[in-house]
Ligand binder design. Sequence first.
Ligand SMILES: Nc1ncnc2c1ncn2[C@@H]1O[C@H](COP(=O)(O)OP(=O)(O)OP(=O)(O)O)[C@@H](O)[C@H]1O
Ligand SMILES: [Mg+2]
Length: 238
Amino acid sequence: MYRRNRVSPNSALSTPNSALKRQHRKQAVPKIIAILNGKGGVGKTTTAVNLAANFAKKKKVLLIDADIQGSASWWFGRSQQGMGFDLSQETDPALLSDLGKITGYDLVVVDTPPALRSEALVAVVAIADYLVLPTPPSAMDLAILVETVKEAVIPLGTPHRVLLTKVDTRSLGEAQEAKNTLTRLGIPTCNTFIRAYKAHERAALEGVAITQWRGGNAREAELDYRRAADELQRDWRK
Ligand SMILES: Nc1ncnc2c1ncn2[C@@H]1O[C@H](COP(=O)(O)OP(=O)(O)OP(=O)(O)O)[C@@H](O)[C@H]1O
Ligand SMILES: [Mg+2]
């Protein structure tokens, strides 16, 4: 089912070569931001959707759902009013490798599957300009995150930042400790913490981004992703 603002990247990629070159001269190539972590359930999709919604306030944004589970597509599919960005599901590694040729967008945010060796993830990480690594702050989650960084990020040298997610509001100290540990390991980490609020689960069920959520803790939950989006944009402009 294709929604009005659901697009196929193939249409942009099937442009003949000479026409593509002309388009490239006229239009800036979009920046590609991939959201990844080898572990499941850490907040990748929540981060991809909510960062895309925040970036879309000022930029033309395409969210690519490169996860065969299709969680971002499911969330987007429940939306009644749109989320301010376009979405396309694409898990073919060959097409994902060509994402950089898409025109008409300022930013492409890619949600990836929780499997470091999946061909789709490898294809996306190879062409991404910037990587965001969401992780909860627990010791076990951090151990897997550090493996992800060593295995999939450092060898490529792509700029990146960890985003601490699902942070228990009663134990912010644990998140601060996690940030200190990552800093000691030389892994850059956002100052913003994404706190754990039921609002995030409910917003997904209702098919809205957290920017559009009007229930309990709306302000706090929205503020966290707004701050994270601002911080990431400042970092990649450096
Ligand atoms: N900050 C948060 N506060 C509360 N719940 C959250 C938060 N972030 C994510 N969740 C919830 O945690 C669950 C997993 O989140 P999400 O789907 O974003 O993770 P994921 O890393 O994309 O998972 P997968 O690896 O399966 O793709 C979802 O139910 C989501 O609503
Ligand atoms: Mg996901």
